[in-house]
Design a protein around this ligand. Structure first.
Ligand SMILES: Cc1cc2nc3c(=O)[nH]c(=O)nc-3n(C[C@H](O)[C@H](O)[C@H](O)COP(=O)(O)OP(=O)(O)OC[C@H]3O[C@@H](n4cnc5c(N)ncnc54)[C@H](O)[C@@H]3O)c2cc1C
Ligand SMILES: NC(=O)c1ccc[n+]([C@@H]2O[C@H](COP(=O)([O-])OP(=O)(O)OC[C@H]3O[C@@H](n4cnc5c(N)ncnc54)[C@H](O)[C@@H]3O)[C@@H](O)[C@H]2O)c1
Length: 472
């Protein structure tokens, strides 16, 4: 395309991650034309450097745990090269041809290049060869640029070129000694993945008192027990104060707030993410640069007067999860199409994120939660009753292996007798979560839920036990 040629579409999306792709799909289904701009790989962070590769690296850990719990079975040596090869296959060897084909089949125009707002309804795209293309939107521009890892300002840390989620998920080798900074989801998943694939000395530095501190407290405690059992060293109340790495890619020394310095072969920073809004031209439409784009429940940017700008997925800072970004995107695409037709907005469009997003942390044990924790429910003023149950005491769980440990919690709204939140922490609990998501979002009354009979002997008998413990 020639430099400076203007193109007009109903909708222009910047960023072809899971959120951006779903906006395009829904907007086109709604009768609109769309273009989507991507400067790296269609499919986004999730497909190549986040959800997909991390889960491919964690699968052997999962299976090793399962095998170890069944007397009479043993696992041979892990063939790391084969695990990494399967990870590469899962990320399509960093080739997005399939995703681009899908976008074009929607049909939508795929534009490879870096997109930037250039005033209202205009997107200026810089292509890899330095060319430029200007796109204008009749209805809406949607920002779906995701987020980037935060590296805290610890002396020497940035200079040491630490790993972030990008490098660890794409690694071609497993470090002998690894220091992980952070106690959140990326830290826990990747510490366990690397340890399971052969890291001899894995140390996790947690500045607070617990892993996964936004979940129910028992989640972090059970995970810490599992880490300790497998030899992962979790240091709570420990800050990283200084880093030295004299040779690029060489040994790294982590100086801590407590205890002697730690020497390692790699240091992974997993201390959260920031919205990818830098150099996105937000200033050209009067928005602050380098901050999440605040949106209403229809995903429309609240600060833009005539409502042509939307933001979905990580970039709006609401919930940093692929499935929630995709949900927001479906809402957003439908809303843009409805507004273009002059229709009433579909119902359910004000629900995005309202109940608390479901999340699975793919560690062993898996940490699976939906809705509110007890602390959040109490802070929001609900009259709460909490019911806990030992998941290892369910027959279906016992049959899965010796030493199966886990805990479930239901947070009940005593005024309406519905579930506000559910947490399961146990091996293989991920597939239990969607039942909880349905119960929480559909606000199924507990005396109705009582009639949903779980099969014997499955782990889902936990539902029966929780309801019995509640008194039903
Ligand atoms: C290690 C890790 C594991 C994770 N695992 C899970 C998981 O198991 N489950 C889960 O639900 N979530 C997981 N997440 C979170 C998940 O990856 C994100 O929530 C999700 O990727 C957000 O999707 P998105 O479409 O908003 O952004 P992204 O996936 O980040 O996509 C944004 C796209 O926009 C492009 N872009 C950015 N700026 C521009 C520009 N100016 N011009 C053109 N293109 C641009 C980027 O290149 C990128 O392709 C994980 C995150 C990490 C870091
Ligand atoms: N399975 C999944 O669903 C999954 C997996 C990975 C990531 N994600 C998503 O990606 C997002 C990013 O994950 P993350 O783990 O980077 O962020 P996070 O917010 O989950 O955890 C960040 C951790 O770093 C700590 N921290 C922050 N600043 C620090 C500092 N200066 N020094 C030491 N510790 C510090 C925090 O206390 C917290 O424990 C999350 O919101 C998560 O939802 C999801």
């Amino acid at each position: 395309m020639e430099a400076g040629v203007a193109d007009e579409f109903d909708v222009i999306v910047i960023g072809a991650g899971p959120a951006g792709e779903n906006v395009v799909d829904r907007a086109v289904r709604g009768g609109l034309t769309a273009a989507i701009v991507e400067d790296r790989l269609a499919g986004g962070e999730c497909s190549y450097w986040a959800c997909v590769p991390s889960k491919a690296l964690l699968r052997p850990v999962d299976l090793a745990g399962e095998v170890a719990r069944v007397p009479g079975l043993s696992l041979g040596e892990v063939d790391v090269a084969k695990v990494l090869a399967r990870r590469d296959e899962a990320v399509s060897n960093f080739d997005d041809a399939g995703q681009v084909r899908w976008i074009e089949s929607v049909p939508a125009e795929f534009v490879r290049g870096r997109g930037r707002l250039d005033g209202p309804r205009r997107v200026r795209v810089t292509t890899a060869d330095g060319g430029e293309r200007v796109l204008t939107a009749r209805q809406a521009v949607v920002l779906a640029t995701g987020s980037t890892a935060v590296v805290p300002p610890v002396p020497g840390l940035a200079e040491a070129s630490p790993w972030t989620s990008h490098e660890v998920t794409a690694t071609t080798a497993v470090p002998e000694r690894l220091v992980v900074l952070g106690g959140g989801v990326v830290a826990c998943e990747m510490a366990q993945a690397m340890h399971g694939l052969g890291t001899r000395q894995t140390t996790v530095l947690v500045r607070g008192g617990r892993l996964l501190n936004r979940m129910e407290p028992f989640a972090g405690d059970l995970l810490a027990e599992s880490f300790a059992d497998s030899g992962i060293d979790v240091r709570t109340h420990t800050d990283l104060v200084r880093v030295e790495r004299p040779e690029p890619g060489g040994k790294v020394t982590a100086h801590l707030s407590d205890g002697p310095p730690l020497e390692a072969d790699e240091l992974l920073v997993a201390t959260g993410r920031r919205a990818a809004t830098r150099d996105l031209g937000l200033g050209s439409v009067g928005l602050p640069d380098d901050a999440p784009v605040e949106v209403d429940d229809s995903m429309r940017a609240t600060a833009i007067a005539d409502g042509w700008l939307y933001a979905v997925g990580d970039v709006n800072g609401r919930v940093l999860l692929t499935h929630m970004g995709k949900y927001q995107a479906r809402v957003c695409g439908d809303v843009i199409a409805a507004r273009a037709r002059g229709d009433e907005l579909p119902t359910m469009r004000d629900l995005a994120g309202g109940y608390g997003a479901p999340q699975v942390v793919f560690t062993d044990p898996q940490v699976c939660a939906v809705g509110r924790t007890e602390a959040v429910a109490r802070a929001e003023g609900f009259r709460v009753r909490v019911v806990d149950y030992d998941m290892g005491a369910v027959t279906g769980a016992y049959l899965l292996g010796d030493g199966y440990r886990g805990k479930a919690r239901a947070v009940v709204d005593e005024d309406r007798k519905v579930l506000l939140g559910v947490t399961f922490v146990s091996p293989g609990a991920a597939e239990l979560l969607h039942a909880a998501t349905i119960a929480v979002t559909a606000e199924v009354p507990l005396d109705r839920l009582w009639h949903a009979v779980p099969s014997f002997p499955t782990v889902s008998e936990i539902w029966l036990r929780l309801l019995e413990a509640y008194g039903l």
